[in-house]
Design a protein around this ligand. Structure first.
Ligand code: ZN
Length: 431
């Protein structure tokens, strides 16, 4: 885009606050005020809408390379733009696994070519996600992709010595290990949360302690080596207590929660609809309320989608055979509005913190999660919080349709997304 291109966002509630005009020139926010001249600018009438910094996802499965039947970097980043995201972290469990500089550079390059949002590859912690041998963490960090976040997500780094070595290794360049906390032996054959519902349905349960025991170990390891650990998709009340305790010690621990764990419970599994099959599993109402409270008080740093696309043949089958995971990029902000804003738990300014500022900080992502202020990159999201509609997956941009919200009424609609001043979404349409 040429430096002379101008967009005037007129009368938007900046971070949900007072109405302001925001002028974008080229790639940058040029001016914020009241009654700014629109001369030569494309005008976006934004009365009643909320302007947020572009959302940042720490946990997205883009599936490329290897599973392009469920998502590609292009379709996934288009879904991200439609959901208000300007940057996503692409998880490493692709085929081949993103465990070398070559693969992370390939994903990074595909992201740049897509142009819909920035793609920051996550590198695998261990070779092939096999858990036994450290991957080339330094080479991935030194590559063009500049990997900072490492994760075997989908699998837990369950060997304590490997986890310790990984934490020690990334400390040298301020990297972070994002742990999928799931003790493998305690979850062998597990199909859903272990509790009243699993007992009634006769399905093998996945106990909370399988998540909590790994978190307890890993916050202690992070403290021991004074390195950074990030806990993926917290799902239990006990996990919240452990993270709260670790933070009270001043240890370098951060955590995320998914939108679906803020809303859905294991009661839904009674339907045997595999769309509700996810890892970690949907838990109980008590867990959901603890997660909301922890996101509100900052114990949980951020919301991450764990967008996990699957082709219909992997989900439209019996419960036991179905793949785990849900898509989430296009509904994340609506679910957060529904569970956190409309309930009075978070202000829009706090949503900006939990969905942009903090995830960008954890990933050390330059140019994202910045304040909405003159001179800052124009990475922005505009939404209409008064909008209400039933979720209709037929209109989704993602290549997959495995959303748990089909037919559910959710508030809010992202109308515009700007990536460095360029509209990637305009009036709800991808550009
Ligand atoms: Zn995971």
């Amino acid at each position: 885009m040429s430096q002379s291109e101008r967009t005037l966002i007129r009368g938007a509630g900046v971070l949900g606050g007072a109405r302001r005009d925001v002028l974008i020139e080229g790639e940058t926010i040029a001016e914020i005020g009241v009654g700014l001249a629109a001369e030569g600018a494309t005008v976006v009438e934004a009365a009643g809408r909320v302007l947020l910094p572009g959302l940042v996802d720490l946990h997205t499965h883009l599936r490329e390379p290897g599973r392009e039947d469920s998502e590609t970097v292009r379709t996934g980043t288009r879904a991200a733009a439609a959901g208000g995201f300007t940057a996503v972290h692409a998880m490493a469990n692709t085929f081949p696994v993103a465990d070398t500089a070559g693969v992370v550079e390939q994903v990074w390059r595909l992201g740049r070519e897509s142009g819909y949002c920035d793609v920051q590859p996550v590198g695998a912690v261990t070779v092939g996600l096999a858990g036994s041998q450290l991957a080339e963490l330094g080479a991935m960090h030194d590559s063009a992709a500049g990997v900072v976040v490492f994760s075997d997500d989908g699998k837990c780094v369950d060997d304590a010595v490997i986890m310790r070595r990984a934490l020690e290794y990334v400390k040298a360049f301020d990297g972070v290990i994002a742990q999928h906390a799931q003790e493998p032996r305690l979850t062998e054959g597990a199909q859903m949360n272990e509790g009243v519902v699993s007992a009634e349905l006769g399905l093998a349960g996945w106990p909370a302690v399988a998540e909590e025991s790994i978190i307890a170990r890993d916050v202690l390891l992070a403290a021991h080596v004074d390195s950074r650990v990030h806990i993926c998709h917290l799902s239990t009340a006990g996990s919240v207590e452990l993270v709260r305790w670790a933070k009270s010690k001043g240890w370098r621990v951060t955590a995320e929660v998914t939108p679906h764990h803020l809303l859905l419970t294991d009661e839904l599994v009674r339907s045997y609809d595999p769309v509700y099959k996810v890892n970690p599993p949907l838990r109980t109402e008590r867990d959901v309320l603890a997660l909301r409270e922890a996101l509100a008080d900052g114990t949980i740093d951020c919301v991450a989608t764990d967008h996990a696309p699957h082709p219909h043949e992997d989900k439209d089958c019996e419960w036991g055979a179905a793949a785990m995971g849900m898509i989430g990029l296009e509904t994340a902000l609506s679910v957060v509005q529904h569970t956190m804003v409309d309930t009075g738990l978070l202000t829009w300014a706090q949503v900006a913190d939990r969905m942009s500022t903090r995830p960008a900080a954890i990933g050390r992502l330059a140019g994202h999660g910045r304040p909405i202020a003159p001179g800052e990159p124009a990475n922005l999201t505009l939404l209409d919080p008064a909008h209400r509609a039933e979720v209709d997956p037929s209109g989704f941009v993602s290549r997959s349709r495995n959303t748990p919200y089909r037919g559910r009424e959710l508030p809010g609609r992202v109308t515009h997304t700007w990536l460095r001043g360029r509209a990637t979404l305009r009036d709800g349409e991808l550009v």
